[in-house]
Design a protein around this ligand. Structure first.
Ligand code: MCA
Ligand code: AMP
Length: 513
C-alpha cells in the first residue's frame, strides 16, 4: 500500500522544479521531499503514530505547509487552526480532537501548554527557529512514507454549528485527493503554472484547494504571508493564476494598479468561499478582460461545483457539479428532489464528501440523508444546463471576508455580560467583507454599556473576526408571534449601516420595535 494522498501530491513535480517560493527562499520538489522527510522523522520521534492528531496553530509560512505535508506523510491526522483563535477557543479543539502534538508559534508556547492537557507542545515559525524545527534539523532527509489508504483520515477541519460547539469534519485521503485531481484537470493546471497563494492555510481553500492543485500538477506557488493587493499585483507578471475569496477581488478593484496590462500574464482568477457579487464579476472583467471563475465548496465536502474553464462563466452562478460529484436540490421538509428552476436545499454526494464529524455520530446522522446525500444548509436552484445558483442559506451563518461566524457563539458571549438582556447577531452588507458581523443588544430599561466596553469584554473569548464591527443597543428585540427573534427584520432595518455616506448609528437607538 502507498500513501494515497502524499504520493499523488508529490508525483508530478520534477525534482528540480520550483514548488514553493517565498520572499526568502525557493523550495524545489526535491526540497519538499527532503524537508517533509525530516519533519516526518521528527513526528515519529515524538511518538506520533498513524491516526494520531497533529494540531497546528501557527502563522502562515512555507514551514507550516511543510508540517502539514509531513503530517500526511507520517500517517497522522492534521488539524489546522486559525492563529486568530483565542486560548479559550483553542481549548475546545484540543479537548475534542485529543491531539498527540500541538504545534504553535514560539510566543504562544506558554499559553498553549497551559491548556494542552496531555498533548505535547512544540513550536514552529517562518524563521525556522521553532523547537520542532530544531528537532527536525537533526533528522535524516529520507523517510519511509507511512502507508495510508483512501479511507484513512488525513485531516480534521473544525466548522462551527448553528447549535452546540464546533464539529470536526473528518477528511480522508480519498476526499482530498479526488477533489484535487478533479480541480487540477478542470482548471487545466500544468507544470507551467505559478499560483499566487495569498489565502490563509488554516482552511480548506488555502490549505487544500490552492496547495493540492499546485502540487498535484507539478506547478509552483508564490507563497505570500497574507492578502495585500499591491503584493498580489506585483507578482502577477510572474504568475498564471490566483485563488481568492470575494474580498480579494473587491480589494484588487480598489487598487489603481489593477489593469489589463498588469494581468496580461495571468490565465485564471478563481473565487469562492462566499458569494461573488455579479457587479464585482462584471467590474473585474471590464477592467482586466478576465472573467473570474466562481466555484462553490464547503469544509465538509471540499469543492462541489465550478464554472467551466471553457464555456460560460456565469456571474452569480457557481456552475455545474465537478466531474464525479452529484448535486441535487430538494424540498427541505420531505427531501424530495426538485426539478430545475425550483429553489430548495442543496445536497451533495461524491468522493469529496467527508466521512462525518469526529466523535459525533449524532451530528453526522443529522447531516446525511439516505443514499449518502450530504445536506449543505445552502439554498439554491439548478438551471436546465445544470448550473447551480445559490440564493441563500438555511443556516444562521455569517460569512465575513470568507470566514464563517455562527451568531449563536457570539450571542452566548454577549448574553453573559452584565446589563445585557439578550442579543441578536446578524450579518449586514459590507463592501469589503461581504457581510459584517453586527450585534443588536437589548438592554431593557437599564443603562446601555458602551460599545467599546462590550467589545473589550469579548476580546479574550472570541477571535477578532467573530467580534461585531458594530454593536447597536436597543430596548427590546422584535419577535414574531411564536416569540422568535425576527432577524430578517433587523437585517432589513439596519441594511445600510455600513454604506459609505449613511448616517453613523451610534448611541442607543430609539427602539421602534
Ligand atoms: C481579518 N479581520 C477580519 C477578517 N479578517 N474581520 C472580519 N472578517 C474577516 N475575514 C480583522 C483583523 O483581525 C483586523 O482587526 C481587521 O479585521 C482588519 O484587518 P485587515 O487587515 O483588513 O484584514 P486582512 O488581514 O487583510 O484580512 C482580510 C482577508 C482575510 C484578506 C479578507 O480575512 C482572508 O484572507 N480571508 C480568507 C478566509 C478564507 O480563506 N476562507 C476560506 C474558508 P483589527 O483591526 O482589530 O486588527 S474555506 C471555505 O469557506 C470553503 C471550503 C470554500 O468554499 O472555500
Ligand atoms: P465553510 O463552512 O467555511 O466551509 O463554508 C462553506 C459555506 O460557504 C457554504 O456552505 C456556503 O454557504 C458558502 N460558500 C462557499 N462558496 C460559495 C460561493 N461561491 N457562493 C456562495 N456561498 C459560498
Amino acid at each position: 500500500m502507498t500513501n494515497h494522498l502524499f504520493d499523488q501530491l508529490l508525483n508530478a513535480g520534477a525534482a528540480a522544479a520550483p514548488a514553493i517560493e517565498t520572499a526568502a527562499r525557493l523550495y524545489s520538489y526535491a526540497a519538499i521531499e527532503a524537508q517533509t522527510a525530516r519533519l516526518a522523522n521528527a513526528l515519529i520521534g515524538l511518538g506520533v503514530e498513524p491516526g494520531d492528531r497533529v494540531a497546528a496553530q501557527v502563522e502562515k509560512s512555507a514551514a507550516n505547509l511543510l508540517l502539514y505535508l509531513a503530517s500526511v506523510r507520517a500517517g497522522a491526522v492534521y488539524l489546522p487552526l486559525n492563529p486568530a483563535y483565542t486560548l479559550a477557543e483553542l481549548a475546545w479543539f484540543i479537548e475534542d480532537a485529543a491531539p498527540a502534538l500541538v504545534v504553535c508559534d514560539p510566543a504562544a508556547r506558554e499559553g498553549v501548554t497551559a491548556i494542552a492537557g496531555t498533548a505535547r507542545v512544540e513550536t514552529l515559525d517562518g524563521a525556522e527557529e521553532g523547537s520542532f524545527q530544531a528537532l527536525a534539523a537533526k533528522q535524516l532527509d529520507s523517510f519511509a512514507t507511512v502507508p495510508r489508504g483512501a479511507e484513512d483520515l488525513a485531516a480534521i477541519c473544525y466548522t462551527s454549528g448553528t447549535t452546540g460547539r464546533s464539529k470536526g469534519a473528518m477528511l480522508t485521503h480519498g476526499n482530498l485527493a479526488s477533489n484535487a485531481a478533479a480541480l487540477k484537470d478542470l482548471w487545466r493546471f500544468t507544470p507551467d503554472d505559478a499560483l499566487i497563494h495569498a489565502l490563509p492555510i488554516y482552511h480548506v481553500h488555502g490549505l487544500f484547494v490552492a496547495t493540492h492543485v499546485v502540487l498535484m500538477a507539478g506547478a509552483s506557488m508564490i507563497l505570500q504571508p497574507g492578502f495585500d493587493a499591491g503584493a498580489v499585483i506585483a507578482a502577477m507578471p510572474r504568475a498564471t493564476s490566483l485563488m481568492g475569496v470575494p474580498s480579494f477581488y473587491t480589494r484588487l478593484l480598489a487598487h489603481p494598479g489593477l489593469t489589463r496590462e498588469a494581468t496580461a500574464a495571468m490565465r485564471l482568477f478563481v473565487s469562492g468561499s462566499a458569494p461573488l457579487r455579479a457587479d464585482t464579476h462584471q467590474a473585474f472583467e471590464r477592467r482586466t478582460g478576465h472573467s473570474v471563475l466562481e466555484r462553490y465548496g464547503m469544509t465538509e465536502t471540499g469543492m462541489n461545483t465550478s464554472n467551466p474553464y471553457d464555456g460560460d462563466r456565469v456571474a452569480g452562478s457557481v456552475g455545474p457539479p465537478l466531474p464525479g460529484v452529484s448535486v441535487r436540490v430538494t424540498e427541505a421538509g420531505t427531501g424530495e428532489a426538485l426539478p430545475p428552476g425550483r429553489t430548495g436545499m442543496i445536497e451533495v454526494r461524491g468522493p469529496n464528501v467527508c466521512a462525518g464529524y469526529w466523535r459525533n455520530s449524532e451530528k453526522t446522522a443529522e447531516a446525511f440523508r439516505a443514499g449518502g446525500w450530504f445536506v449543505t444548509g445552502d439554498l439554491g436552484a439548478l438551471d436546465a444546463r445544470g448550473y447551480l445558483t445559490i440564493v441563500g442559506r438555511d443556516k444562521d451563518l455569517i460569512i465575513t471576508g470568507g470566514l464563517n461566524v455562527y451568531p449563536k457563539e457570539v450571542e452566548a458571549e454577549l448574553d453573559a455580560l452584565a446589563g445585557v438582556v439578550e442579543s441578536a447577531v446578524i450579518g449586514l452588507p459590507h463592501a469589503d467583507l461581504g457581510e459584517a458581523v453586527t450585534a443588536v443588544v437589548a438592554v431593557g430599561a437599564g443603562p446601555a454599556p458602551s460599545e467599546d466596553a462590550v467589545l473589550a469584554a469579548l476580546a479574550g473569548a472570541l477571535a477578532r473576526y467573530k467580534r461585531p464591527r458594530r454593536i447597536l443597543f436597543v430596548d427590546d428585540l422584535p419577535r414574531n408571534a411564536m416569540g422568535k427573534v425576527q432577524k430578517a427584520l433587523l437585517r432589513e432595518r439596519y441594511a445600510v449601516l455600513y454604506d459609505q455616506g449613511a448616517p453613523r448609528l451610534n448611541e442607543r437607538l430609539a427602539t421602534s420595535t
